[in-house]
Structures are given as structure tokens and as C-alpha cells.
Write a protein that binds this ligand. Structure first.
Ligand SMILES: Cc1cc2nc3c(=O)[nH]c(=O)nc-3n(C[C@H](O)[C@H](O)[C@H](O)COP(=O)(O)OP(=O)(O)OC[C@H]3O[C@@H](n4cnc5c(N)ncnc54)[C@H](O)[C@@H]3O)c2cc1C
Length: 490
């Protein structure tokens, strides 16, 4: 007896900010399509659900990190809780409760070109039962890093350290830092958020970084939004106007960073000096070796990180770790840092396609052997699209952009009477050099560099890469000719 398998037109993997946005666009633009969202966790939110460390907040503004269709009415930089509330409202407004199945971790996905269907095998964590569902189109919104645990390097002497070592991604609920000496290892947005958030609670917090990062400081309010609100402009308009203004300003800053990196660097460092004073060694601690915009520039509202340092409750050490000791950390420069708790804000482990084992017609998919079509689809892998957002601009801008693109693609399939769309290189592209997913000179965070060999490849052509340039894609993606030969419809 053959087992009956539930079928959907589209299955969305993940109920994070990408998956919820994808569901909204699909329901709005393809109302005739049946769809299901499968989510491994017990509820929605993804990144904003799992990160529970003190002070967790966005590092980009919510006028652009929010969706284009749902006005943001709070302060530009939002707490994790506020982002969760915003996402919950989208689910409620759109009536998605019946479309999402939580606690379903997908383990296998198999495409069969005899039926042009993906069959997904998942486990229902609530019952432990295996679940099989099928879909014509698989919309991957699984994010880009492993949620189970963060990346912690191994340092000499860690085993003799008498205190606690904690990764922010798995922050213990009952951790009490009162009276403790804390060292936060790392230099990114997470470290910069954590340090001021705990500075008032613990005895002292030391930010220990191997090398500095750029930060931009500013007030956590938007003057334009405040002014428009004061004259009672509707929130929808405010959202759109502030969004456009923010994108224009960010676009100009990005361009300036590329054209005149030294000028932008000087401006950013002046922002830091304004809090720390002329005597502070900004050159050593906050002047990075890379160019502005090669990594995300985190926004520090009210300069709170620098206020913490200026007040003496926090301090910064820029040096490499020689060894953990029984009571803390010794750096190669000879600094001894006494610590009861060490927080390793050292980043993520990349997860390629949600750890799912993919196969097409019985052949396992090796993502590193594929070439990406515009950073969203992959050669030889039919009826599948992944939303990977922007790192330099807000991630969600690409959720909206690819939401429109996916719906256009689904309509195009129907109009052509096709049931399968597969990216494939055109004959003159077969022999072109296959390059790493991301040009390290363009964007080079550690988690990508560590795992680049696992990622799909790109070619030196706009159709076959992920530009990470929102301003370019904003114009290009809506105009993409679906029949230019990159996509094979059958
Ligand atoms: C602390 C932190 C702060 C950040 N701040 C910003 C910011 O301010 N601005 C910005 O642009 N970006 C920011 N980012 C990047 C951020 O991750 C993205 O912006 C965005 O939240 C990613 O959303 P997502 O839905 O694509 O992925 P995720 O949030 O990772 O969600 C993916 C979902 O898919 C589910 N899933 C994965 N695999 C499977 C599977 N096999 N089966 C079933 N379900 C699965 C997961 O459980 C998860 O719920 C931040 C990242 C972190 C870690």
C-alpha cells in the first residue's frame, strides 16, 4: 500500500524573518498557490528567537530591516523582543497560523524529475514521528548559520580555566553576572551590544579583541520620522519616506566608502573619539586594518559601548590570546586579564542549506559543485530558491526583492505550462573560471572565510553571483529576463 503524502505548491523552509516575509509575498501575489512553512523551532523568529543574550538588538535600522509592507513605528534600532513582536504581528495580520508547522526539522529533500516534485522528510519533535510532505517548489529561508551552537575557537589552556565559558548564541537563562569579572572575546556587533548591556551589572567587563572593527555612532531616533509623526502623517507613509531616505543615505555612504575609504574611516573614528576623548588610543583599539564596508558596520546607538569604556566600567584590550590561565587570560603582549566568566562572541558556523541532505534523481547535491544564479538559485538544482539577504544593507531588503522575483518566476512557470525550472550555464559560460561564493576583497567575515569551500561557486558575471549590492539589485532583479537562457523551463 503506498503511503499518502500531503502536497503543496510551495514549501517554505524556516519561519525566521525571511520565511515570514516569503509567506506574505506568496499569499499576496500568488493567492492561488497552496503553501506550508516548516520550522524546526517551537515558534517563529529564527535569529531573534534563539539569541537571548543581554541587550540583544538589531544593528541596522528597522525602517529598512522591517518589511516594506509593514510599517515600523518604534526607534530605529530595535530590541530582540520588539522584532519578535513585529514578526508575530505579521503572522497574525496575515492569518498564517494554519500555514506554519513548528517543531518540524527537515532532514532530507529529494527531487524526482519524473514528477517534478520535492519530497521532504522531517521529524515532528513534539511526537518524534517522521513526516513526509511534497511540493512543486522549495523556498529555502533557513538562514545561513547553525542555530544549535556558535563558533568557539580552541585556545591553549582552556581546560584549566576555573571560570565559566559561554557563547552568546546559547546564553544560559539563569546566569547572574553580579559582582563577576567578565571578559568578552570578539569585536563584532554581538560583543559591542553585550559589553554596554552588562557593564552596569558585573564588576567589570573587558572587551578582548584580536583586531578592531568599525562602528558608527548616532542617536537611536530618526528626526525625519519624528517630524512626520508630529504632523500626523500616516504610519505607512512615514515608513516609506524614512525607508527611502535611509536607503539613499546608506547608498551614498557605501559609495563613498568604496571611492574614498580613508575619508569614511576618518569620519567613523572621529565619531568614536567624540566619546572617548583625544587621549584614548583609538588608533590601536578602533582603527581596523580592512576598508570600511568590507564587513558590516554596526550601529552603536548613543555610543553606549564607548560610554561604558569612558565611564571605566568597561575596558578594551586589543591583542591575541596566548593562553587561558586558571584565573583568566594572558595575551601575547603579556596582559593578564582576570575573569570569572569568559564570553566567546566569536561568531557562527556557517550552515549550508539548513543541514538538509539534498538529492536530485537519487544523486546527492554537492553545493560546492553548483554555480549560483544571482545568489538565489543553483545550477542543476530544480525548483528551489534560497533567500540570502544583504550583509551591508538590511537583510530583509532582499526578502522583499526576492519575494517579488519568486512570485514572478512561479507565474512564469504557469504561463509557460512548465513544471520545472533549473538554472544552467549557457554554452559559452561552461569554461569560465569558477570563483568562491564571495570575493574576499568584497566581503570577508570569518564564518564565510572558514566555510567558503562548502558554498556554491560564482562566475565573474552578474547573472552568476551574489553581488551584495542592494542598490544595483533593486534596479536589476525586477528587470531580469527569465528567458535569457540562464533558466531552463521544462
Ligand atoms: C545577533 C544577530 C543580529 C543580527 N542583526 C541584524 C541586523 O540588524 N540587520 C540585518 O540585516 N541582519 C542582522 N543579522 C543577520 C540576521 O541573521 C538576518 O538579518 C536575519 O534575521 C536572518 O533571517 P532568516 O529568516 O533568513 O534566517 P534565520 O533567522 O536564521 O531563521 C532561519 C529559520 O529556519 C529554520 N530552519 C533552518 N534549517 C531548518 C531545517 N532543516 N528544517 C526546518 N527549519 C529549519 C530555523 O530554525 C530558523 O527559524 C543579525 C544576526 C544575528 C545573529
Amino acid at each position: 500500500m503506498s503511503e499518502s503524502v500531503e502536497e503543496f505548491d510551495v514549501i517554505i523552509v524556516g519561519a525566521g524573518i525571511s520565511g515570514i516575509g516569503a509567506a506574505h509575498h506568496l499569499a499576496e501575489q500568488c493567492p492561488e498557490k497552496t503553501f506550508l512553512v516548516l520550522e524546526a523551532h517551537e515558534t517563529y523568529g529564527g535569529t531573534w528567537l534563539i539569541h537571548q543574550y543581554p541587550g540583544i538588538r538589531s544593528d541596522s535600522d528597522l525602517y529598512t530591516f522591517g518589511y516594506r509592507f509593514k510599517p515600523w513605528t518604534g526607534a530605529p534600532i530595535a530590541t530582540g523582543e520588539e522584532i519578535m513582536r513585529y514578526l508575530g504581528e505579521v503572522i497574525a495580520d496575515d492569518g498564517f497560523d494554519d500555514h506554519v508547522r513548528y517543531r518540524h526539522r527537515i532532514e532530507r529533500a529529494s527531487f524526482d524529475s519524473a514528477t517534478d516534485r520535492w519530497t521532504l522528510e522531517a521529524t515532528n519533535a513534539a511526537t518524534g514521528e517522521p513526516v513526509r510532505v511534497a511540493t512543486s517548489f522549495l523556498w529555502m529561508c533557513q538562514g545561513y548559520y547553525r542555530h544549535e551552537s556558535g563558533y568557539t575557537p580552541t585556545w591553549p589552556g582552556m581546560d584549566r580555566f576555573g571560570g565559566e565559558v559561554i557563547h552568546p548564541q546559547t546564553w544560559p537563562e539563569d546566569l547572574d553576572l553580579a559582582g563577576k569579572r567578565v571578559t568578552v572575546i570578539g569585536s563584532g556587533a554581538t560583543a559591542a551590544t553585550l559589553v554596554p548591556a552588562i557593564a552596569g551589572t558585573c564588576e567589570h567587563v573587558t572587551l578582548l579583541q584580536r583586531s578592531p572593527t568599525y562602528f558608527v555612532t548616532g542617536f537611536n531616533h530618526n528626526e525625519l520620522a519624528d517630524m512626520l509623526r508630529s504632523i500626523e502623517i500616516p504610519e505607512e507613509w512615514i515608513h516609506e519616506i524614512v525607508r527611502r531616505k535611509t536607503l539613499k543615505d546608506q547608498g551614498e555612504l557605501t559609495q563613498l566608502a568604496l571611492d574614498e575609504p580613508e575619508l569614511v574611516k576618518a569620519e567613523l573614528l572621529n565619531g568614536v573619539r567624540a566619546y572617548l576623548g583625544e587621549d584614548f588610543d583609538v588608533e590601536t583599539h578602533f582603527s581596523p586594518r580592512y576598508r570600511p564596508w568590507q564587513q558590516r558596520i554596526a550601529f552603536i546607538p548613543e555610543g553606549d559601548l564607548f560610554q561604558g569604556i569612558a565611564s571605566g566600567r568597561a575596558s578594551v584590550v586589543t591583542d591575541t590570546i596566548e593562553t587561558f590561565t586558571e584565573t583568566g587570560i594572558r595575551t601575547t603582549g603579556g596582559t593578564e586579564i582576570e575573569a570569572d566568566v569568559v564570553v566567546t562572541a566569536t561568531g557562527f558556523d556557517l550552515s549550508v542549506m539548513g543541514g538538509i541532505a539534498f538529492e536530485v534523481d537519487g544523486e546527492p547535491v554537492d553545493w560546492a559543485e553548483t554555480v549560483t544564479y544571482r545568489g538565489m538559485m543553483f545550477t542543476g538544482v530544480p525548483n528551489l530558491l534560497w533567500i540570502m539577504g544583504y550583509f551591508r544593507a538590511s537583510w530583509t531588503l532582499r526578502v522583499d526583492l526576492l519575494g517579488d522575483f519568486t512570485c514572478r518566476l512561479l507565474h512564469h512557470l504557469d504561463e509557460r505550462g512548465a513544471t520545472r525550472v533549473t538554472p544552467r550555464l549557457r554554452p559559452d559560460e561552461e569554461g569560465l573560471e569558477r570563483l568562491p561564493w564571495m570575493d574576499p576583497d568584497n566581503f570577508n567575515p570569518g564564518y564565510l572565510q572558514r566555510s567558503m569551500h562548502l558554498m556554491p561557486k560564482r562566475l565573474d558575471r552578474p547573472e552568476w553571483g551574489h553581488t551584495q549590492d542592494y542598490w544595483r539589485e533593486r534596479d536589476e532583479i525586477p528587470m531580469v529576463d527569465l528567458d535569457d537562457g540562464c533558466l531552463r523551463f521544462e
